[in-house]
Design a protein around this ligand. Structure first.
Ligand code: HEC
Length: 157
């Protein structure tokens, strides 16, 4: 092989390697810009659940879709992606428990812990559980979501 040919071949190889590395980097960049949270709920369920959510002051303690109350001071778990961490049945039981702390112990004073919503109509608890279960997180952000939730629950921040 002539040295000129070697040079051309070498350049092509270098370009190939470079473009592979670049596309790998691109994948990571894309993840950073992409929002990892999404909902699989129908419009109807989402609307109804949002009303119940608002009427019952959930956002005084929790954030969802990065929205939280200005006054929010309770370090409650973020609900984005909660449907990837808990099942609909678990969420329904939790919302129906007369003492939610018997399911999930609290590290907070009684007035800041999760209140009981056992007195809400059953249909409201069902819609809420269905909606919460529909709040998913993409696989590539599941680990971070789980870690953040555990930090809130156990206070290791
Ligand atoms: C007074 C503050 C407060 C309010 C209001 C509140 N929560 Fe909570 N919630 C918490 C706290 C704190 C926890 C963590 C467990 C604990 O400390 O009791 C929690 C836990 C949860 C969990 C379990 C999270 C996990 O990591 O598994 C869900 C789901 C939830 N709340 C949904 C709701 C919904 C839906 C509403 C409204 C109907 C609501 N919460 C209202 C404070 C609150």
């Amino acid at each position: 092989m002539k040295s000129g040919e070697k040079f051309v071949l070498g350049s092509i190889m270098a370009l190939l390697v470079f473009s592979v590395i670049r596309s790998e980097l691109h994948v990571e960049e894309k993840h950073e810009r992409e929002i990892p949270y999404y909902s699989t709920a129908t419009h109807e369920v989402a609307e109804r659940a949002n009303d119940i959510y608002r009427e019952n002051g959930c956002k005084e303690c929790h954030s969802l879709w990065t929205m939280k109350d200005m006054m929010e001071t309770v370090p409650a778990p973020i609900l984005d992606g909660i449907g990837s961490l808990r099942t609909e049945a678990w969420l329904y039981d939790y919302l129906s428990a007369s003492n939610p702390q018997s399911i999930l112990p609290t590290r907070l004073k009684k007035q800041f812990g999760m209140p009981s919503y056992a007195s809400l109509p059953e249909s409201d608890r069902r819609v809420l559980a269905k909606y919460l279960a529909s709040l998913k997180v993409k696989d590539w952000y599941l680990k971070e979501t789980r870690e953040a939730e555990q930090k809130k629950l156990h206070g290791t921040e």
